[in-house]
Design a protein around this ligand. Structure first.
Ligand code: HEC
Length: 160
């Protein structure tokens, strides 16, 4: 009987020893306990959930409204007339009366109104010869010339 007990104890001992050596043979790995990796993946998931719960509002397209600075306040019908007539002059003298080198047109914005009126009158009468401008001033009345001169004199000084 005692022999049998010894034998069983021996077998149990043998099994235990074998198991222990078996475990020792296993490569050690901390993969299961890589908390950083786990935390990162959790973070990604949480981010995804957050994005699903709080969808980003569709970005509104920013419309650029270019507010053009009013060069001359058209407060009177005469100024309005001057502004309308000046549209024909813009190709050469520029919107602000800054002139244009390619057209050999001088800056006239902000010039004295009496000087502008005199030059236009002289060009019209032929006293001052300006062939290129002739078609644009031929049909201007005295009032038109006055209105134009008044408007141009109010443009930014020499186009600046
Ligand atoms: C085709 C181009 C052209 C157009 C359009 C034009 N100009 Fe001119 N303008 C010129 C040129 C070039 C001169 C300079 C000519 C010269 O040597 O006298 C000039 C000169 C002038 C001058 C004299 C400037 C100075 O300092 O003596 C005045 C004023 C003027 N233009 C007003 C006007 C007005 C007002 C209009 C519109 C009705 C107009 N121009 C349209 C080309 C143009």
């Amino acid at each position: 009987m005692t022999r049998l007990i010894y034998f069983i104890a021996f077998v149990i001992g043998l099994v235990i020893v074998m198991n222990i050596s078996d475990y020792q043979g296993q490569p050690v790995s901390n993969a299961k306990f890589d908390f950083e990796k786990k935390a990162a993946s959790n973070y990604e998931k949480q981010k995804e959930i957050h994005e699903l719960l709080h969808p980003k509002p569709v970005e509104k397209e920013e419309k650029k409204v270019v507010v053009e600075k009013v060069l001359v306040e058209l407060t009177t019908p005469e100024l309005q007339n001057g502004s309308d007539l000046y549209k024909k002059c813009i190709t050469c003298h520029g919107k602000r009366g800054e002139g244009k080198k390619s057209q050999k047109a001088p800056a006239i914005g902000g010039q004295y109104d009496w000087y502008i009126a005199l030059q236009i009158s002289n060009m019209k009468s032929g006293e001052r010869i300006n062939k290129v401008m002739n078609p644009y001033i031929r049909n201007l009345s005295e009032q038109d010339i006055k209105d134009l001169a008044n408007y141009i004199s109010k443009l930014p000084h020499m186009g600046k």
